[in-house]
Design a protein around this ligand. Structure first.
Ligand code: EPZ
Length: 421
């Protein structure tokens, strides 16, 4: 098991470049399966989840080549398997995103049923309901989702019962090669949805309305493929900004897209941070002051993103005042709080609201990571704490934060990765 050892009392200071978005890259890699020609995906982040996606595409028979560390050339002309195996889906739930593309292109798809994870049960019922509405026959057997369609899927109107990023992505991709037009009502509006739609259109699809609650997909006969560059990662951006806020530091992030995290920037300004921004950069400066506590409620975009909840909970943990954090998206996304309490945080949970009374300093100790964003929040807590912190089970971090030690070193952080039996 690997662990991080981090020195506390660190005021984050410096400049880093933001990598490509994990949550845009994963559906875009699945969309490769829609094309019958070569595709190039640029600005791919070097993450464990991207590596798992490439392993999955390779297992299906997609020809893959890396032209540089972040530029993938993929050609799905030799796809020979239509089964996403358990061992890969178990590693990454987002493997479910190959279901729609495989089904609509090849008329069949078998995907191991994705389990839950630390933050919740993560069902896929909305994905399956939508695919059935498009004409798919779906059976669940031997732990697999087995989807088939005679001929092509057929366009229809689908009103999703709740906002789901993954279901919106899966159904948008399934509809891309369906016969006729599909309307997705109550669609997710996240920037990653728009990035996927832009990619599908660049590769030959006809998608309009992405970024709004109604997306219209006009099915096409084929998608020849082409080039696409993945958007910057808005959650990585927010995570480093939150680290500067919690440690009373200052930071400039480049290769970013400020337009994708307006609610996060508004919340950080409420902590007392001075935030300036340009077309592709953001600077945040606390001027050495302790952050002010803030209240936040997570919500689908453009609301406050659930993926930034754990990071702002840590800012509140060392803030002046009491902040209330309400998680409305996932049923178990306060996993980091028991570890923060072990560092001296004063947090009371009542149902889906955490009341956080800021303390002047946390205290470094040994803590355990539980999921991706909880791990990031423990790193932020370690920086703001007195003394040394050891974070166990840090494989979660590598799923979503590219070159995190190198970027933290650029920000003046003393962090080392240690391997223990
Ligand atoms: C995506 O997950 C992201 N992952 C998550 O980021 C993010 O937290 C989430 O969207 C919400 O923004 C990727 O994009 C790879 P949902 P997804 O479907 O698509 C329920 C990270 O840290 N639901 O929008 O799985 C579900 O249980 C990860 O980078 C159903 O009930 O999220 C949840 O309560 C974590 N049935 C809510 O909807 C379904 O069929 C939102 O889930 C689908 C979802």
């Amino acid at each position: 098991m690997e662990r991080f050892v981090i020195q506390g009392n660190t005021r984050v200071h410096g400049e880093i470049a933001i990598s490509g978005s994990k949550n845009a890259a994963l559906p875009i890699l699945a969309a490769v399966l829609l094309c019958d020609g070569a595709t190039v995906v640029d600005n791919l982040p070097q993450l464990q989840d991207v590596a798992t996606s490439l392993e999955l595409l390779g297992s299906l028979g997609v020809e893959l080549g890396m032209a540089g560390t972040r530029r993938l050339e993929a050609n799905p002309r030799q796809v020979h398997s239509l089964t996403a195996p358990y061992e890969l889906v178990r590693k990454m739930r987002a493997s479910i995103l190959v279901l729609g593309p495989m089904l609509t292109r090849f008329g069949e798809a078998n995907v191991s049923f994705p389990g839950g994870c630390a933050i919740g049960s993560r069902p896929v019922d909305i994905h399956l309901q939508g695919l059935r509405a498009l004409g798919a026959s779906i059976e669940i057997e031997d732990g697999f989702i087995r989807a088939t369609v005679d001929g092509r899927l057929h366009g229809t109107t689908i009103c999703m019962p709740m906002v789901s990023v993954g279901a919106t992505e899966n159904l948008m991709m399934a509809a891309a090669l369906a016969k006729g037009t599909t309307r997705l009502e109550n669609a997710a509006c996240e920037p990653e949805i728009s990035d996927l739609a832009n990619c599908l259109n660049a590769w030959g699809a006809r998608v309009t309305g992405a970024g709004t609650q109604t997306i219209v997909i006009e099915g096409v006969e084929r998608m020849p493929g082409g080039y696409f560059r993945v958007m910057p990662d808005r959650i990585e951006t927010g995570t480093y900004l939150a680290a500067a806020a919690a440690t009373r530091g200052s930071i400039r992030v480049t290769d970013a897209d400020p337009s994708t995290l307006e609610q996060v920037l508004q919340t950080l300004r409420a902590t007392g941070a001075y935030v300036a921004l340009g077309a592709d950069w953001i600077s945040l400066d606390m001027q050495g002051r302790r952050p002010l506590a803030v209240d936040l409620v997570t919500a689908p975009y453009p609301g406050f993103p659930t993926d930034m909840q754990a990071q702002l909970t840590v800012v509140n943990a060392v803030a002046d005042g009491v902040g209330r954090v309400t998680e409305t998206i996932f049923e178990n996304r306060f996993m980091q709080i028991q570890e923060l309490r072990r560092m001296g945080a004063d947090i009371v949970i009542d149902a889906n609201t955490a009341t956080v009374k800021g303390v002047n300093r946390l205290k470094g100790t040994r803590v355990l990571a539980s999921d991706l964003r909880a791990s990031a929040s423990l790193i932020i807590a370690a920086l703001a704490a007195d003394g040394e912190t050891c974070i166990d089970d840090i494989h979660y971090v590598d799923r979503g934060y590219e070159c995190i030690e190198a970027k933290l070193h650029q920000l003046g952080v003393q962090i080392i990765r240690m391997t223990s039996e």
